[in-house]
Design a protein around this ligand. Structure first.
Ligand code: ZN
Length: 275
């Protein structure tokens, strides 16, 4: 699905994408500045544009803050190059948040652990996350947690910050890990990979998450759902995940939209999500 053959469907009304990287879309051949208004015209209710580096916020806001229902997070993904100087990166990140109008940033993240980027667990990766948990606490914001192949470390680190909450994004673990995050008050967000043929276990995990703690996301331009697997994804493709989830949970898709919209409003503390 390229932008040219993407026709927002009538069913787009009420959808919310809690995790997208809008500024990466252009580089993948998707004109986000055309796509985003088309989605809102079709009734989309929100997109969270997620940050990964210090210094990216002003540029993202320049491109997308004119769309009322695009909100922004700011955070440091556990890139190798950030681990050698977490203090400096954190200072830059705080500067980013202080430079934009108050209230523009609705979450800290994405931040966390990635055992493919950093195969050896290191104190530096944990420190970078802890600093961002501390930042979230000081600013009264939720965190967006990235956790790949590091469930135990993630659970242990988050447990030390019981007054911070947020989202475990692109959830990839089993039901017992989901339970541990839920018990700490976190929301669990699933991406387009729930539609993949070999993702039966992940679909079972999704079914175990209470409806009042569930979120859906595209993580665009990554993880395009079936039948677009392997292509760059964009927020419009979240329709596939809503359909699949409604089927799995055996609930009406309109009810699912309403519940997830409420969850997004709650976790990001949004007062004006359209119905
Ligand atoms: Zn992401």
């Amino acid at each position: 699905m390229t932008l040219d053959d993407f026709e927002p469907e009538a069913g787009c009304a009420g959808l919310f994408d809690t995790h997208a990287h809008l500024s990466y879309l252009d580089g993948r051949g998707i004109n986000a500045e055309k796509l985003v208004p088309a989605l809102f015209k079709a009734g989309f209710t929100g997109i969270i544009d997620v940050g990964t580096t210090a210094g990216d916020l002003a540029e993202r806001m320049r491109a997308f803050s004119r769309f009322e229902h695009v909100r922004f997070s700011a955070g440091l993904w556990p890139h190798k190059e950030f681990l050698s100087c977490p203090e400096r990166q954190l200072a830059l990140l705080e500067q980013d948040i202080d430079t934009v109008p108050a209230g523009s940033v609705v979450a800290v993240g994405e931040c966390g652990f990635d055992r493919r980027e950093n195969p050896e667990p290191s104190g530096a990766e944990r420190e970078l996350l802890e600093r961002q948990l501390d930042l979230a606490r000081r600013r009264g914001l939720p965190v967006i947690i990235h956790s790949r192949e590091a469930p135990a470390e993630t659970i242990e680190t988050l447990a030390a910050y019981p007054d911070v909450g947020g989202i475990i994004h692109c959830f990839s673990y089993g039901s017992s890990e989901a339970r541990a995050f839920l018990d700490m008050g976190y929301y669990i967000s699933f991406a387009g990979n729930i539609s993949f043929k070999n993702a039966g276990a992940l679909r079972e995990t999704l079914k175990s998450v209470p409806l009042d703690r569930l979120l859906l996301e595209t993580d665009s331009p990554y993880l395009a759902p079936e039948p677009y697997r392997g292509k760059p994804s964009h927020p419009g493709m979240i329709m596939q995940s809503y359909r699949r989830t409604a089927e799995l949970l055996k609930i009406d898709i309109e009810e699912l939209k309403e519940r997830l919209r409420r969850n997004a409003a709650q976790v990001f503390n949004l007062r004006d999500v359209p119905a």
